[in-house]
Ligand binder design. Structure first.
Ligand SMILES: [Zn+2]
Length: 419
């Protein structure tokens, strides 16, 4: 590899941040994309074309960038805009919380569901004439729901499918509790689950709506989640289920020497060299902290491009990476909590000066950490909490009732038989 105009420093060079104009983003392409969440891979394999994919639009996204990012056919984009009233929902993604979609063929859209921040759900689905039709669930009143219960025997996938839960709902379930439970290893045989799933779009074939409430009974703990009108999941006490996710893995805000830019031109050669991360110019030895709870996938030294680096999975959908470090404070496989010291910045690997190169992947896609939508982990208080509890009470009590029945049934099984 040749590179003119700059000089690459060798591993472990010490120094103050200098001129980063020449910081070449060449190494980005040399680290492969992180591996998917094993549960996601497994379900994709099992469900094939039936898989519902999920996408959380960032503040810089629009429907066009979404289509581009997901490599969807432009023909479908054109057809979507032909649908009466569809433009009102597609023209601006700001009010959209989550996009889910199902494909056929390579890149053709079978169904597209928009979950709005207002709680509304919009479904666009192709009919037999290959035209999209639109249906809306306003989310105003307590929606009709279907209850699914089951016991974990074998994998989550097998157990939930046995109870009639769709693959889409299984992934939703694993996403809702992604900060509490690692579904790849924390489930035990005998754990019980209960799901209330929105059934008001039931006429739309193949689609099952959002999970409205979910509960997982484990041996020593019960996790409960309920969906509120903002599309987020909370505990019955009004605490958001997500971990809070910091935008900055460094102790203090530092200068961005090179931002996320998929169309960046090399300053000397003029070639397009995408930069799939954010660089902060900081002195060697600056502390790097976990931005959210997670598990270390890789903590490795001497990578020719990345130098000393860390890859971390945060929840089910996020992966973060930290390159050119001088020191590792964690090991592969280790669990970390938000705020834990994981390493120190450096100038190792292919790096032209001391800095941290930080990458964020959401659902396997490299995104700009400065604009990505990140979970906040807030707790409702005061009037907001009261409104939340009034609104969600029917769902919680619908589950409690079933729980009571389950417990009675279990107790009856345990009771010694009278002779
Ligand atoms: Zn970089």
């Amino acid at each position: 590899m040749s590179f003119s105009g700059g000089s690459f420093a060798n591993s472990n060079d010490k120094g103050e941040p200098g001129d980063f104009e020449f910081h070449a983003p060449l190494f980005d392409s040399e680290l492969e994309a992180p591996e998917q969440d094993p549960l996601q891979s497994f379900i994709e394999q099992k469900a094939g074309q039936e898989i519902w994919r999920e996408y959380t639009p960032s503040s810089s996204d629009n429907i066009w960038t979404f289509f581009q990012n997901q490599s969807l056919s432009e023909l479908d984009l054109i057809d979507l805009f032909k649908v009466d009233k569809a433009e009102a929902y597609l023209a601006d993604l700001e009010p959209v919380e989550t996009i889910r979609y199902q494909l056929y063929g390579n890149n053709r859209l079978a169904r597209l569901s928009l979950t709005m921040k207002s709680g509304e759900t919009v479904l666009l689905q192709k009919n037999e004439d290959s035209l999209f039709a639109l249906s809306i669930n306003s989310g105003d009143q307590l929606p009709e729901f279907k209850t699914f219960t089951g016991e974990i025997q074998g994998s989550l996938y097998q157990s939930a499918r046995k109870s009639g839960v769709s693959t889409s709902a299984i992934l939703q379930f694993a996403t809702i509790f992604q900060w509490q439970i690692d579904f790849n290893k924390d489930l035990r045989a005998g754990d019980h689950f209960e799901l209330l799933i929105d059934d008001s779009l039931k006429n739309s074939e193949g689609f099952d709506g959002n999970i409205l409430a979910a509960r997982l009974y484990q041996e020593d703990e019960t996790h409960t989640a309920v969906r509120y009108s903002d599309g987020q999941y909370y505990t019955p006490e009004g605490k958001m289920l997500s971990s809070s996710f910091s935008r900055y893995p460094l102790g203090k805000k530092s200068r961005i020497s090179s931002g996320f830019n998929l169309a960046r031109k090399h300053p000397i050669t003029g070639q397009i060299r995408p930069h799939r991360g954010t660089d902060w110019a900081v002195p060697v030895g600056s502390a790097v902290y976990a931005p959210a709870d997670g598990v270390i996938v890789k903590a490795q030294k001497n990578h020719p491009a990345a130098g000393t680096f860390i890859e971390m999975r945060n929840g089910r959908r996020y992966v973060t990476r930290y390159l050119h470090l001088s020191q590792l404070n964690v090991k592969t496989g280790q669990q970390v909590r938000k705020g834990d010291l994981i390493g120190r910045t450096g100038n190792t690997g292919l790096s032209t000066g001391p800095h941290l190169h930080y990458e964020l992947f959401v659902d396997g896609q490299a995104v700009d950490v400065m604009t990505a939508k990140l979970p906040t982990g807030e707790a409702l208080q005061g009037d907001a909490l009261t409104r939340f509890q009034i609104a969600t009470h029917p769902l919680i009590s619908a589950m409690n009732q079933d729980q009571a029945e389950t417990l009675i049934a279990r107790e009856e099984n345990l009771r010694p038989k009278a002779d």
